[in-house]
Design a protein around this ligand. Structure first.
Ligand code: 2P0
Length: 320
């Protein structure tokens, strides 16, 4: 029996688009901060007597596509281990599933670490990141604590995340809607690449944004970090909105939160907005400013649930 904990990550430079759907190789690199909130805890137990794998999410047995995705991932682990023993997977999530709060990232990062240990693979951090990527692309970044770059790479061996030096950053998560989203990010990503006339421009611009972000982090230039973060997120949403049939994740309340970030900046508090594949908005700021940003945002958006977050640890084993 092996148990692992992993946390979600929020990208400053987004991953949106694959060049290989099966191996989950991205079209561009991306860069994120792994947080210290909303952990996922997963236990993997080998069960030689079982007919097949079993997965339980927050006390509810997984079926259909969700169960198939777990088994497909475990098949990768079993192939590497050279064994066929089924496993029982028990997961507790504290992040609302499917609401654009990166539950698949923490979920597959925790599963990768727990399953690799349960099947005796003995993987280092890079190999764990590659393995987690096979479950869900963004999960490769949650293997790493704090700021992480996911190198796009050109094959399985070269596409992994690793730590990058970064100034101390914090985030304030504004939970606009904790319900499940209408179009999964996996499907939306494919539709964007297939139908959006802005897909190529997104890929080209993001490669440049990633280089610029690495420079901004190295210089400790909060203004550049924030402006790149906000612009890259809006470019991703522009590409997504260009899909046909269209997909729009940002709600009126999401846009209002981008405006609120601009107002905080006008008052001299550096906060910048980003949003993933859902209506929730995350404000990025210096770690020392997190409480200030949360409190000042609460005055402007009193009905929105706000969660202050700091850099958190990479996925790791814990005692059962
Ligand atoms: C990111 N997102 O960089 C971007 C920004 C959502 C918006 O990574 O198909 O769930 O499992 O590789 O990792 C969501 O995509 O997609 C995501 P798959 P994943 O965080």
């Amino acid at each position: 029996m092996s148990t692992a904990v992993a946390h979600p990550n929020i990208a400053l430079i987004k991953y949106w688009g694959k060049r290989d759907d099966d191996a989950i190789l991205p079209l561009t690199g991306s860069l994120s901060l792994t947080l210290d909130v909303f952990p996922t805890t997963t236990t993997v137990t080998l069960d030689a007597a079982a007919d097949g794998d079993a997965a339980v999410f927050d006390g509810i047995a997984a079926t259909g596509a969700a169960a198939a995705r777990i088994t497909a991932f475990l098949e990768i682990v079993r192939a590497a281990a050279g064994v066929r023993t089924p496993a029982r997977v028990v997961t507790r999530n504290s992040v609302p599933t499917g609401a654009g709060l990166a539950s698949s990232a923490s979920g597959f990062a925790a599963l990768a670490v727990a399953a690799a240990d349960a099947y005796g693979l003995g993987l280092d951090e890079r190999a764990l990141s590659r393995l987690a990527r096979r479950g869900s692309g963004s999960a490769c970044r949650s293997i790493i604590g704090g700021a992480a770059i996911w190198h796009a790479g050109h094959d399985d061996a070269t596409s992994f995340a690793e730590a990058v030096p970064s100034p101390a950053l914090g985030m304030v998560i504004a939970v606009v809607d904790a319900g499940a989203k209408a179009v999964s990010s996996r499907e939306a990503m494919q539709r964007t690449m297939r139908t959006s006339p802005y897909a190529d421009a997104w890929v080209r611009a993001t490669a440049q944004d990633l280089d610029a972000m690495m420079d901004a982090l190295a210089r400790d230039d909060m203004t550049a970090i924030g402006e790149l973060t906000e612009s890259n997120a809006l470019r991703m949403h522009a590409a997504i909105m260009g899909s046909r049939p269209p997909i729009r994740y940002l709600a009126p309340q999401s846009i209002a939160l981008f405006d609120a970030a601009a107002q905080l900046r006008a008052e001299g508090l550096e906060a910048y907005a980003t949003a993933d594949a859902g209506p929730n908005v995350v404000l990025v700021c210096r770690d020392a400013d997190v409480d200030d940003v949360r409190d000042r945002l609460a005055e402007r958006a009193p009905t929105v649930r706000l969660v202050a977050a700091h850099a958190g640890p990479g996925a790791h084993l814990v005692p059962d």
